[in-house]
Design a protein around this ligand. Structure first.
Ligand code: SPV
Ligand code: MG
Length: 302
């Protein structure tokens, strides 16, 4: 069991967004994927709405309720020493839904939450079709409400602009992001679905506000990390690669077993069971049982 005070992870997330070194957040969707990301050496976890929804068999359109989202995030948080930035979409409704979500997340030890300037119900940014951008005025009210609702003084509130995703200009994205910082956001995510990094380059070259900027280069993955570093980006989110890798492997293995009617010959394609136990920190429980479950052992003939 990991022991941490409620605000230590928010302090960690705040620190990793500070200028200096480019931070890397890995998208995860459950406790296991969170543990795997931590072991790989990431600085933080992105609690991706796409991936958490997909792992539950749901679409990324607020089909997962905010309370279920928080339950999943809490299990992920229990599995890691890393800070989690939870992707809370547009806050799952108006300012009141959003601030209740933020209050509960900050109370439960989640390091930070990202809310985006979409209208409810949100549509995943990588999908074609109408996205529905909220007005900047409305979204600033939501940010102010969320800021005041934080129950952890170090909690990180990230505002994400989808202006570029809906086809607006870089100037509009900058105007919005600056207003969001004035309204109380600690950091900005500027999202783009362009296949090249150019929009992010233009955005960063004009970015004046004293707030960290985070990017999600799913559609421009060929951009070297140094480019982001030189632009002054604070952190990169690899949003969905773990879930996509898992789905890819699950599909391949399921197809093979179904076809062959046998699970033989999968070495190198699936983790040995002992490695699963190890990932889940089974040794810690075995050791705790030796210390605490003495009465139980006395009555166990095995
Ligand atoms: C997510 O991972 O849920 C995101 C990033 O919000 S995107 O899917 O690109 O919208
Ligand atoms: Mg999302």
């Amino acid at each position: 069991m990991l022991k941490q005070t409620n605000s230590s992870k928010s302090v960690q997330l705040r620190a990793l967004l500070q200028p200096g070194r480019l931070g890397f957040l890995m998208g995860a969707h459950d406790g296991l994927s969170t543990r795997i990301a931590e072991r790989a050496g990431f600085d933080g976890i992105w609690g991706s709405s796409l991936c958490i929804s997909a792992a539950l068999g749901m679409r990324d359109r607020n089909e997962v309720s905010w309370t279920l989202l928080l339950d999943v995030a809490e299990l992920m948080n229990e599995s890691t020493r890393l800070p989690i930035l939870l992707d809370a979409d547009e806050g799952h409704g108006d300012f009141n839904n959003a601030r209740r979500l933020v209050a509960r997340a900050s109370q439960r030890g989640i390091a930070g939450v990202s809310i985006e300037d979409k209208r409810f119900p949100k549509r995943n940014s990588l999908l074609d079709g109408p996205q529905g951008l909220a007005s900047a005025d409305e979204f600033c009210g939501k940010i102010r409400a969320c800021r005041e609702a934080c129950l952890d003084p170090h909690f990180v509130l990230v505002a994400r602009t989808e202006a570029l995703v809906v086809g607006d200009t870089v100037d509009e994205a900058l105007r919005r992001a600056e207003r969001y910082v004035d309204a109380g956001a600690d950091a900005i995510i500027v999202h783009s679905r362009s296949p090249v990094v150019d929009q992010i380059v233009s955005f960063m070259r004009s970015w004046q506000a004293a707030a960290p900027v985070i990017v999600i280069p799913t559609t421009y993955p060929d951009t070297p990390a140094e480019v982001f570093e030189d632009l002054g980006v604070s952190a990169v989110i690899w949003a969905n690669h773990s879930l996509r890798a898992a789905a890819f492997a699950m599909q391949a293995v399921c197809a093979k077993i179904a076809l062959r009617e046998s699970a033989l010959g999968l070495d190198g394609e699936i983790l040995p069971v002992p490695e699963i136990f190890e990932l889940l920190d089974q040794p810690e429980l075995d050791e705790a049982e030796l210390r605490y479950a003495t009465g139980l052992r006395e009555h166990d003939p095995s």
